[in-house]
Design a protein around this ligand. Structure first.
Ligand code: C2R
Length: 167
């Protein structure tokens, strides 16, 4: 079942959003991808927001650059959690999009990850889904564990190297 809707403002955003798709796939989370711009396709964005939950979506990830109203507009049409990914596609290198998402007025929240933080958007989606889906909880837990393990190894490796140089 498709649980995550990944939406981007333009086809040109695709390479910057790819890490989210890769991470969702790695965690075994089914997703769909759509290109919808809030100002170019206002009717389509409304339909996506209104019908998403009924189609089974549980989280929406919305990536956009420049004056990035896409996540906010999507969030206005649904009570599903919306995670915004500000993209560095403009002369302002994503700061414009970051402010557009993080500075949502009170009442309609958009969770906002770092500029070009598509991978973290997928992980945050996984954390939300993990509250309800056991398999995703396991996959996400495993991923988090792998981070601490890959962190530990070089450290103990360094200790070994230090021991060797002391001899
Ligand atoms: P084009 O390359 O299509 O001109 O898009 C897109 O996310 C993209 O980064 C340039 C940039 O405009 C952004 N865009 C938005 C929205 N629609 C397109 N921020 C929106 O609805 O918020």
């Amino acid at each position: 079942m498709t649980l995550v809707g990944v939406v981007m403002g333009s086809k040109s955003d695709e390479p910057l959003m790819q890490p989210a798709l890769d991470m969702l796939q790695q965690l075994g989370i089914e997703y769909e991808v759509s290109v919808i711009s809030a100002h170019r396709n206002p009717e389509k964005v409304r339909e996506y927001g209104v019908k998403g939950e009924g189609r089974g979506l549980e989280v929406i990830i919305a990536g956009a650059g420049r004056a990035a109203h896409l996540p906010g507009v999507l969030a206005s049409w649904t009570t599903l959690p919306v995670i915004g990914v500000p993209l560095a596609t403009s002369e302002l290198k994503g700061v414009d999009a970051l402010y557009s998402m993080a500075q949502m007025p009170a009442g309609v929240p958009v969770a906002c990850v770092a500029i070009d933080g598509a991978k973290n958007a997928a992980l945050l989606a996984a954390a939300i889904l993990a509250l309800k889906h056991k398999k995703i909880k396991e996959a996400y837990g495993k991923y988090r564990l792998s981070l601490s393990e890959s962190y530990r190894e070089p450290l103990s490796g360094q200790r070994e190297a230090r021991k060797r140089t002391k001899k």
